[in-house]
Ligand binder design. Sequence first.
Ligand code: CA
Length: 237
Amino acid sequence: MNKFQVLVVEDDAPIRKLIATTLKTHDYKYLLAQNGEEALMQASTYSPDVVFLDLGLPDLDGVEVIKRIREWSIMPIIVISARSEDEDKIEALDAGADDYLTKPFSVEELLARLRVMQRRISLLQSDTELVESSVYINGILKIDYAAGCAYKNGEELKLTPIEYKLLCLLARNTGKVLTHKYITQKIWGSAWDSNVASLRVFMATLRKKLEDGTENSSLIQTHVGIGYRMLKVDSGQ
Ligand code: CA
């Protein structure tokens, strides 16, 4: 039995039903909301573990819902949007959403995103212990924050200061999609187009150093036109 409670915010009844049925079949607990106001009420009353949030709601804008939840909670929010709403998706991620699903999506995709969030939550919980040792371990990657060093399979990576900063930023947000704008603001303090172009170059060299072509080494996921995400590799692999 999954103890996870999921809040589903969707005004489209058939989609809401599909998600609810999927969650029920996989033993997740769930709450349903048809609009933004209901979503905010459910979120504050029940403090769910994960929120699936449709961006196009009849009353409030989905991005507004994210902003209001983020005033008091870091609960993972997975945005659901139509393919044509790419800009809204980026705005939602910048407002604090963790991930997104594009309509139409499959049930398998939905469950996969949910598992990513579950791993992210367990990582956040174990992070409390990691703060003391200040060591990050994810698959072949190890970062020693105190020493300012990163290792691949125990071997120190020769990273430039920007590559190291990038790696730490992604690691600290493992499981979360970070937008180009968010990353460039964190690394360079601004989000000019030229910085986004530089980001691509730095990311390419970082990956070359970090990944060795095996499946297990694919830690950084590219989201074309949106940004990047550090994946959590299952332990024991
Ligand atoms: Ca809708």
